[in-house]
Design a binder for this molecule. Sequence first.
Ligand SMILES: Cc1ncc(COP(=O)(O)O)c(C=O)c1O
Length: 380
Amino acid sequence: MPLAFVDMELLDENIHQILQRSKNIPIRIASKSIRCAKILEYIFNANDQFRGIMSFSGAEAVFLSQKGFDDILIAYPVTNGEVISDICKEIKNGKYINLMTDKLDHVHLINKVGKKHHVKISISVDIDMSVDFPGLHFGVWRSSIRKPNTLKSLLEEIKKMDFVRLEGVMGYEAQIAGVTDKVEKKWLMNNVIRSLKKFSINKIADKRKKAVEMIKAMGFDLKIVNGGGTGSLESTIREDVITEVSVGSGFFNSHLFDNYSKFKHQPAAGFACAINRRPSKNIFTCSGGGYVASGSPEKLKLPLPFLPQGAKLIKNEGAGEVQTPIIYKGNEKLQIGDPVFFRHSKAGELCERFNSLNLIRKNKIEIEVPTYRGEGQCFL
Ligand SMILES: Cc1ncc(COP(=O)(O)O)c(C=O)c1O
């Protein structure tokens, strides 16, 4: 300890639930929320409705391709020519890797590198899916394609280029997929968010449909219409134009994803830290534990003490860089050296803190597998 683990029976249950929630729509696995090649492989082997990877960086796509994975959609622009060159080599080896763009600069660079390597590179366009309310930008700042005319001008330029092939469109409705709407003791906020979500869902569907129609009308052979994330499956699959959904966080179901009204997955991954002190009768201090999640700073980004049940962080200290005290008043007889189990707020970030995942089945560690970090990889 500290060590990270995945409860494989709970992962199996999440896989099953995600398949059910997605009906029969193909699921692209968002590797950002897994960051362990063995787990990616395990999910692919579970069902052939899992098709392709949504990668978060060009270098990661190359790493995964060289490991034997295929059909990789990189959801973020690659702006490093050398990495695009490496991707070209994978494409020449027969792999399908598709690069995301939303600006002419992205496409020019891809076209230039494609020309150098005599490779026609598949690309996608990322459509902004945020919805603006007076005084509120409901969504995330990512794509610059926010208006139909911006898309049209970009498509006209793409048409002129010989070494790119536009085959995909992606829209990530982060305000539905990644925003919690069932947080304990936040009744008012939950209701406001649910109303905003409800109102945006139709606007998102309309925006995506119009973008798809425009791309097709301009003569592109669109193969990928990707949308969604763990938190939006129910609404994303209702859109007729969607060819696939992306899912990542729901597999490990980090604790942020406990706070959604539409689904409830199982706590499949977490970490254990050893108790190394007992400064007071009900306070047990663990070694490590300060694995706080990225994003807007708030309490939900802290790790959640999971077992023993009833263990709590101490407000003034939170989860610390080298030690994390917890308050525990339950019946377990905790000793120095015993583990306290926590869940990370975000799924993939857990793996950036540990070199390996201990895979547990039937209460036993079955095998220990490397995370990206354990393979010496650190992409973002
Ligand atoms: C663009 C995009 N779409 C979808 C997803 C999937 O989201 P989640 O991990 O919440 O399932 C991610 C994140 O991994 C993403 O970056």
